[in-house]
Design a protein around this ligand. Structure first.
Ligand SMILES: *Cc1c(COP(=O)(O)O)cnc(C)c1O
Length: 481
């Protein structure tokens, strides 16, 4: 299957090459030239791992033995056999995406990506070792480390901002096992770490690094496709509970950062899944809400640090894919992205905006609303949700209220509340203990909700990775891996 860049300025590649490359040479993102034909009813009737296999085979036909790869990626790795369970909470259906090995929704994709990358390299006859370079603000790093741990032929190096991730996130990364993993803190913030990684990519050729580089971020199509599975799974659960009949439309509310998760829902709908509205939930960083209401995307605004840090983002990379898929016009996308780079903003043509508005609805809420929602959902339903999930919940409520559209609503839950214990305790009216491990115990005593095993055992895990370097030392560091 031919993949092309959203900016149309590089040659086409096949799906295995798109996974290996991660990003197109013109700065664009890879998409299939035409979306695959897909029997969505058959997919809805299948089991979750079969769903994943069908979807991955449809998008990535040059990668063979998909059933085996899916099995290796997921079997026995998640808390529940159905990978992503749904729970009925009040009049919402919560889709729990955090039952994987690191208690973050990124596990769904990052359990699969290493399998895809290994198989793609074999299919393309690539033999040189690859180094996955990742800058993380917390969740991606650990999920990628676990996914790539001891994968032959692949090394992984994760950079995180020293003091810029939570204590739990730091311990998760610093205790990582595996002969092929490196974890290093940077004296600087997340942007410094990300800029450093981008510079290493840009200079890789002239520096003659001993390894080929690749990326584990959601710009890689191999990270996006595995996420389409759980939209089908949620739909199937609603069918099984008799809440809908085959063909009825379902709405989804998605806590959004880089626009990867919600774009997977959009792809599911393009494959035929009856999706009504995709509610795009943001926190105080409301750049997407403004875009979906006005057609103007502007990153010229203050950056807010919030209690839902995985959504603290001003440039949502995967939106570029939506612009391309809805306009079919790579020159337009290239020009909009150039405007964003040069001026910090762009406005989409009216016709394109109307198409997008018909499928996406934006809503942003601040930290106070997030905490109030965590509290309200707990008091009313005895269900404990994290601040990212709370943002999606309140967006779903607002959507219903403003539009009167009362179709079944699936709220995507992207993290365990135990990853953000201080904010959740405050939401529940408690004074959090100083230490995050004590906070986990405190939250457990208060709610009786089980602490996920990987987080409960973290305190006892020895710290293996203690390097801290200046932000200018990253290239040297990589050279010595
Ligand atoms: C990454 C992340 C998100 C945002 O997902 P995108 O695909 O970047 O939109 C939301 N919640 C949590 C907990 C995350 O880790």
């Amino acid at each position: 299957m031919q993949y092309q860049s959203t900016r149309g300025k590089t040659p086409m590649v096949n799906s295995a090459q798109a996974v290996i490359l991660g990003m197109a040479g013109d700065g664009g993102l890879y998409l299939p030239q035409e979306l695959p034909a897909f029997h969505w009813q058959e997919c809805v009737a299948a089991k979750p791992m079969e769903m994943a296999e069908m979807l991955l085979s449809a998008f990535l036909p040059e990668i063979p033995n998909m059933a085996q790869l899916v099995d290796k990626a997921y079997r026995g790795k998640f808390e529940t056999e159905d990978l992503t369970p749904t729970v009925k909470v009040g009049d919402m259906t919560v889709l729990e995406l955090f039952r994987g090995p690191t208690s973050a929704f990124k596990d769904v994709a990052l359990s699969m990506l290493p399998q895809l990358m290994t198989a793609a390299r074999q299919a393309e006859g690539k033999t040189e070792d690859v180094l996955i370079l990742t800058a993380t603000s917390g969740d991606t790093g650990k999920a990628a480390l676990v996914g790539f741990q001891d994968v032959p032929g692949i090394k992984i190096c994760v950079f995180y901002p020293d003091g810029g991730v939570s204590q739990i996130q730091r311990r998760q990364m610093a205790s990582q096992l595996g002969e092929n993993v490196t974890v290093c803190a940077i004296r600087g913030n997340f942007d410094d770490a990300q800029t450093g990684v981008k510079e290493i990519f840009a200079r890789a050729q002239e520096e003659k690094l001993p390894l080929a580089l690749s990326s584990a971020n959601s710009i890689n199509i191999g990270r996006l496709v595995p996420q389409t599975m759980y939209y089908f799974k949620a739909y199937r659960d609603l069918l099984d509970r008799g809440e809908i009949s085959l063909g009825d439309k379902v709405n989804f509310s998605v806590p959004t950062g880089n626009f990867g998760d919600i774009l997977a829902g959009y792809l599911a709908s393009k494959l035929g899944l009856p999706v009504g509205m995709l509610v795009c939930a943001s926190n105080a960083n409301d750049v997407l809400t403004e875009f979906l209401r006005t057609g103007v995307y502007s990153r010229l605004r203050p950056f807010h640090k919030t209690i839902s840090p995985s959504m603290d983002i001003l440039v949502s990379s995967n939106l570029e894919r939506l612009l391309y898929l809805e306009s079919g016009d790579a020159r337009l996308v290239d020009s909009l992205m150039q405007q964003l780079k040069d001026t910090g903003r762009y406005q989409v043509p009216e016709e394109l905006f109307e198409k997008i508005k018909g499928q996406f609805w934006g809503y942003s809420s601040d930290d106070a609303a997030g905490k109030q929602t965590v509290n309200r959902v707990w008091q009313a339903h005895g269900y404990l949700c994290d601040p990212h999930t709370a943002a999606a919940w309140v967006a779903a409520e607002s959507y219903r209220e403003e539009t009167g559209d009362l179709r079944p609503m699936v709220v995507l839950s992207t993290a365990s509340a135990y990853k953000f214990p201080a904010a959740v305790l405050e939401a529940l009216g408690q004074q959090p203990e100083r230490d995050e491990f004590l906070q986990m115990d405190q939250l457990c005593r208060l709610t009786n909700v089980k602490i996920p095993k990987n987080l409960a055992t973290l305190k006892e895990m020895p710290l293996r990775h203690k390097d801290v370097i200046g932000k200018d030392e990253m290239l040297d560091y990589v050279r010595n891996i």
